[in-house]
Write a protein that binds this ligand. Structure first.
Ligand code: NAD
Length: 495
């Protein structure tokens, strides 16, 4: 059995708590690893290491930090296939999707390679006679990242490159469900030449999270995961005086107007609803069909669903893999049953699909005539289930989005530029797609939702990430006119 350990102070560290957690291959149902769950002492050891490393790391030149970040970027590029293989082995997503995750992660490292530009301060010369004022951004110290199972490589790399480039040291607490890829990207970080302790990994569960949230030497916490835990992390971390950004769950709507290109909308709905088995915070879970586009849209989606190849992520032909755990697969199937019982029309029933292995597979489901009171609409299902809500007007679609407690992403499909422009203003969500179903911003913008999809006042990665991981220091300096200086600076006294 493969033992998965912590990485503390540059060294692989075995479990001291005696507590472990099994790691499975969701495509086979086999246990492949045994994960060490951190004790309070393990977390404290990581914080001690990170704090000691910070003392020097914060003063390392920007040029040196950038050089190391470039080296890291190259190592991640060189090892992209290995990272993707680890993602597929423990998460289950198909290899092409895993490769896409690594590519998006690399964007964030590349952004951090430009830290020299990002960390430039501002300068006001001669604010008063002989007085200059300038501001710089300083690192915070030891910062922590707590990440979800669904993007085990990308989400940690939304955080680590910017945090470390800014001069902080980092403790990562990955999801206990698929910890091998995040551990591997941390090992590559060491290999790139970053000093020990600049990045530590503690594997674990609530025990580790709670210790990070209360530890006085952890100055900031970035969290990505479900809304209830995001809320808990935000409240607990801020209660302990920390800076916290906590990104939560989602229920993303895609509004399809009657003039939309139905083929484009159907292609987009299928890839955005069922890609990665719907286990994406930017997955489309509700298609809002406006007016008479509903019937052709549902037909076009159904045709495409029938062609979707579901199977192990390692099979080149698979387009969708299994769900993360057996319990989650069964929970998602339960939502399909609840939708049917509540009166939704089951156009395609994922429970009908059969698979000849013990993996956590479920077919894809399309529910039509869903209404906002049904649990399939009110809850984040986080599985391959797409709900169609039929409305008569654009305004009803916009109102649905506004009334929904989540506000991660929202998309519109239309050929009307005016309607699209109006939607970007009306959509009550942090990220908007126009004929784009999953509007994940590129690495040089920032990512984050509104309402129950994010707690805290900065979004993650990109420029807002730099802001989150630094605090301003403003220097006001006065120097006498050289001519009047008590010190002989070598200036002619008559100038
Ligand atoms: P989760 O909330 O169960 O777990 C996230 C992290 O919190 C993990 O590291 C986990 O170990 C820890 N955790 C879990 N329960 C805890 C508890 N009681 N106390 C302290 N820590 C706890 O989320 P998940 O199931 O791993 O990931 C899926 C969720 O993440 C979905 O809701 C999805 O929408 C969301 N997500 C959001 C974004 C975003 O950017 N908004 C991105 C990816 C995933």
């Amino acid at each position: 059995m493969h033992e998965i350990q912590h990485l503390i102070d540059g060294t692989s560290v075995a479990a001291t708590s005696g507590r472990t957690s099994p790691v499975f291959n969701p495509a086979t149902g086999e246990q492949t690893g045994e994960l060490a769950l951190a004790s309070v002492d393990d977390v404290d050891a990581a914080v001690t290491s990170a704090k000691a490393a910070f003392a020097e790391w914060q003063s390392v030149s920007v040029a040196r930090r950038a050089k190391l970040m470039f080296a890291y970027r190259n190592l991640v590029v060189d090892n992209a296939d290995e990272i993707a293989a680890r993602l597929t082995a423990e998460h289950g997503k198909v290899l092409s999707d895993a490769g896409g995750e690594v590519a998006r992660a690399i964007e964030n490292i590349e952004f951090a390679c430009g830290l020299a530009d990002q960390l430039k301060g501002s300068h006001s010369e001669q604010a008063s006679t002989g007085v200059d004022v300038y501001s710089v951004r300083r690192p915070l110290g030891v910062v922590a990242g707590i990440t979800p199972f669904n993007f085990p490589a990308m989400v940690p790399l939304w955080m680590i490159p910017n945090a470390v480039a800014c001069g902080n040291t980092f403790i990562l607490k990955p999801s206990e469900k698929d910890p091998s890829a995040p551990l591997f990207i941390a090992e590559l970080f060491q290999e790139a030449g970053f000093p020990p302790g600049v990045l530590n990994v503690v594997q674990g569960d609530k025990v580790a999270v709670d210790r990070l949230l209360e530890h006085p030497d952890v100055k900031a916490v970035s969290f990505v995961g479900s809304t209830p835990i995001a809320h808990y992390v935000y409240e607990t971390g801020t209660h302990h005086g920390k800076r916290v950004q906590a990104l939560g769950g989602a229920k993303n709507h895609m509004v399809v107007l009657p003039d939309a290109d139905v083929d484009l909308a159907a292609d987009s709905a299928v890839s955005a609803a069922y890609g990665s088995a719907g286990e994406r915070c930017m997955a489309i879970s509700v298609a809002v069909a406006v007016g008479d586009v509903a019937d052709p849209l549902v037909d076009a989606i159904k045709v495409r669903m029938e062609k979707l190849a579901i199977g192990p992520g390692t099979d080149a032909g698979s387009e969708m893999g299994p769900l993360i755990t057996e319990a989650h697969r069964d929970k998602v199937a339960g939502y399909v049953a609840a939708g049917a019982d509540a009166g939704a029309t089951v156009v395609v029933d994922g429970r009908d699909a059969s698979f000849d292995n013990d993996g956590y597979f479920l077919g894809v489901t399309l529910l039509d005539h869903v209404t906002p009171d049904m649990t399939v609409y009110t809850d984040e299902i986080f599985g391959p289930v797409l709900c169609v809500v039929r409305v008569d007007t654009y305004q009803e679609g916009v109102d649905l989005i506004a009334d929904n407690p989540w506000g991660n992403g929202a998309a519109i499909f239309t050929r009307d530029g005016g309607a699209a422009r109006q939607f970007q203003e009306d959509a009550d969500a942090g990220m908007v797609g126009i004929n784009v179903p999953i509007p994940v911003p590129v690495g040089y913008h920032s990512f984050g939702g509104w309402k129950d999809s994010a707690f805290g006042d900065t979004t993650i990665y990109g420029p807002e990430g730099i802001h989150f991981y630094t605090r301003p220091k403003v220097v006001t300096s006065r120097w006498p006119d050289p001519a009047g200086s008590a010190v002989n600076l070598g200036f002619p006294t008559n100038q």
